[in-house]
Design a protein around this ligand. Structure first.
Ligand code: AMP
Ligand code: TRP
Length: 324
C-alpha cells in the first residue's frame, strides 16, 4: 500500500505531535511504501517571510528525521521541487466547482484570521493538496481531523476526473491519526499546543533540565492516588497516558507499579523516562545540523524518487485531457 502525507514547514514540535501523528508514520514506514512531502507551497498561502522559508523547510526535515523518519525507508522531499504538483493543481482546478472550495472550513477560518490575505492560492489550497495525494496513486492519507475534509474533497475530485476522462487516479482513503490526544501540562482539559506557553508542552528536543522542570510542575490534583480517571483526575490521567505511550506498558500496570508511591515519585520516573526516550532525538538533531550536505542529499534523492512517480501519473493525465 502506498501512504502519502504532507508536513507543513513549521518550527518545533512537541510530544503531542509525536504521539498523535509522527509515531504512526514511523510505524507505517516499516511496513508500507511511504511518501512524505514538506509542503512549502502550501506555506505561501498565508503570510510568511520569504527569507525564512527555506530555513523552515530544512528545520522541518531535521525534526522529522531526528524523530525517526528514515530516508532509507520512505521518500522525503520538498513539494516545490517537483513541478508536477503545480501542473496538476491547475488541471484539477478546471474540473472543481468554486463552491466546493469556498465551503472548506479551513478556507473560511483562514480568511477570517487574515482578512487582508484572502488570495486565490488560499482558496486553491485543497487543489494543491489533492495533487500531492493523487500524483502518487495513494491508498492511504494519514492526517489529523482538521485535514480530513480536504481528503474527502480529493476523493470527489478523483472520482470526477475518472468519470470525465477515464480511469486515471486511485481513490485514496483517509487514515485518521489514532494516537491519543495529549493535554496541556498546565491545563489538562485543553490540548497540548505549540502556540501556547512552552511550559505547557514538552518539546521533542527539550533538554533534561527543562523536561524535569516541566513535569515536576505539571498540574495534578490534591489527592494521592495514581489512577486513570480523565473526568476526576485529568492531570494525572494525562501523565499516565504519556508514560504508557512512551514506555509501551499498559496504564493498568503503571497504576499498579506506582500504587501508594505518590505523585512525586511518579513524576520523577516519568521525567527520567522522557529524558531517556527523547535523548536520541536531540543527538540525531545535533548530528544532522553538523552535516547540511547530508540533508541536501537526502532531499535531492527524495525529489528524484518522488518525481519519477509523479511524472508517470502526469503523462497519463495529459493524455487523458488531450494535452500531448
Ligand atoms: P498541528 O500542530 O495542530 O498542525 O498538528 C500536527 C499533527 O499533530 C496533527 O496530526 C495533530 O492531530 C497532531 N497533534 C497536535 N497536537 C496534538 C496533541 N496535543 N495530542 C495529540 N496529537 C496532536
Ligand atoms: N495541509 C496539510 C496540513 O495542513 C499538509 C499537507 C499538504 C498534506 N499536502 C498534503 C497532508 C497531502 C496530507 C496529504 O497539515
Amino acid at each position: 500500500m502506498r501512504i502519502f502525507s504532507g508536513i507543513r514547514p513549521s518550527g518545533e514540535l512537541h510530544i503531542g505531535n509525536y504521539l498523535g501523528a509522527i509515531k504512526q508514520w514511523i510505524e507505517l514506514q516499516e511496513k508500507e511504501e511511504c511518501v512524505f512531502c514538506i509542503a512549502d507551497l502550501h506555506a505561501t498561502t498565508t503570510p510568511y517571510q520569504p527569507n525564512q522559508l527555506s530555513k523552515a523547510v530544512f528545520a522541518t526535515a531535521v525534526t522529522y528525521i531526528s524523530a525517526g523518519l528514515d530516508p532509507e525507508k520512505c521518500i522525503l522531499f520538498v513539494q516545490s521541487k517537483v513541478k508536477e504538483h503545480t501542473e496538476l493543481t491547475w488541471l484539477l482546478g478546471t474540473i472543481t466547482p468554486v463552491g466546493d472550495l469556498k465551503r472548506m472550513t479551513q478556507f473560511k477560518e483562514k480568511s477570517k484570521e487574515h482578512p487582508q490575505y484572502v488570495n486565490a492560492g488560499l482558496l486553491n489550497y485543497p487543489l494543491l493538496m489533492a495533487s500531492d495525494i493523487l500524483l502518487y496513486q495513494t491508498d492511504l492519507v494519514p492526517v489529523g481531523k482538521d485535514q480530513s475534509q480536504h481528503v474527502e474533497l480529493t476523493r470527489e475530485i478523483a472520482r470526477r476526473f475518472n468519470k470525465k476522462f477515464g480511469e486515471t487516479f486511485k481513490i485514496p482513503k483517509v487514515l485518521l491519526s489514532k494516537g491519543e490526544k495529549i493535554m496541556s501540562l498546565k491545563n489538562p482539559t485543553k490540548k497540548m499546543s505549540k502556540t501556547d506557553n512552552p511550559q505547557t508542552y514538552i518539546g521533542l528536543f527539550d533538554k533534561p533540565e527543562a523536561i524535569k522542570k516541566k513535569i515536576y510542575s505539571a498540574k495534578t490534583d490534591s489527592e494521592k492516588e495514581i489512577k486513570f480517571d480523565v473526568k476526576r483526575k485529568p492531570g494525572i490521567s494525562n501523565l499516565l497516558a504519556i508514560y504508557s505511550l512512551f514506555s509501551g506498558f499498559p496504564i493498568k500496570e503503571i497504576e499498579k507499579e506506582f500504587k501508594e508511591k505518590g505523585y512525586q515519585v511518579f513524576k520523577e520516573k516519568l521525567a527520567q523516562l522522557l529524558i531517556e526516550k527523547l535523548e536520541p532525538f536531540r543527538r540525531k538533531k545535533k548530528e544532522l545540523e553538523l552535516h547540511p550536505d547530508y540533508l541536501e542529499k537526502v532531499l535531492e534523492d527524495g525529489r528524484k524518487r518522488a518525481q519519477a512517480i509523479a511524472q508517470q501519473t502526469m503523462e497519463k493525465v495529459r493524455k487523458k485531457m488531450g494535452l500531448f
